[in-house]
Design a binder for this molecule. Structure first.
Ligand code: S3P
Length: 180
């Protein structure tokens, strides 16, 4: 059954998803990249030209098309679990894992990232941190419906595989010191 990685922008879903897929010998699907490929446009261009609502519909259609039989690791976009019934769909089709990273670490990673993200474009470091803190608090209601939570700033693919094998024991996977 498919494994869905969920979490905020900058939580490492794509990098970790690719690593887990390689380790398991499964197919890797990055929802943003797949939508970009199908549309021939970047996520930023889709937001600008077609609107966020159209992007959310594309995301939903893609999630809904993933079969429970598929041996795939799916890295979702940060907003995927928060729209339509996507969280229910993912929990019904496969196993969901929330990559839970503190807001401060997310802000630092997003400031360093070269990927363009329309929701945070143009924010100063202070604005970005405040935005993440508020937005993450709202989104956690969705993220926390995941079957597993893997928490910390140094998550590696093997931590995710271990969480799946051993059940939901995030305390084993947290890297001290916690970086807020
Ligand atoms: C979004 C996250 C992005 C991308 C889009 C919207 C969000 O994906 O889907 O920019 O709503 O959080 P990443 O989480 O891979 O950055």
């Amino acid at each position: 059954m498919p494994l869905f990685l969920i979490g905020y922008m900058g939580s490492g879903k794509s990098t970790l998803g690719r690593g887990v897929a390689t380790a398991l010998g499964w197919r890797f699907i990055d929802t943003d990249k797949e939508i970009e490929r199908r549309e021939g446009l970047s996520v930023s261009e889709i937001f600008a030209l077609k609107g966020e609502e159209a992007f959310r519909r594309m995301e939903h259609d893609l999630i809904a098309s993933i079969s429970p039989d598929e041996r795939a690791v799916v890295s979702t976009g940060g907003g995927t679990p928060c729209h339509f019934d996507n969280m229910e769909l993912m929990n019904a089709a496969g196993v969901t894992v929330y990559l839970k990273i503190p807001a401060g670490a997310l802000a630092r990673r997003l400031l360093d990232s070269r990927t363009r993200r329309p929701l945070i474009e143009g924010k100063s470091p202070e604005e970005l941190l405040r935005y993440i803190e508020e937005h993450l608090a709202a989104r956690e209601a969705y993220y926390n419906r995941a079957a597993h939570v893997v928490e910390g700033v140094g998550i590696r693919p093997e931590h995710i595989i271990e969480a799946l094998r051993e059940g939901n024991r995030p305390e084993l996977l947290t890297d001290p010191p916690r970086n807020n």
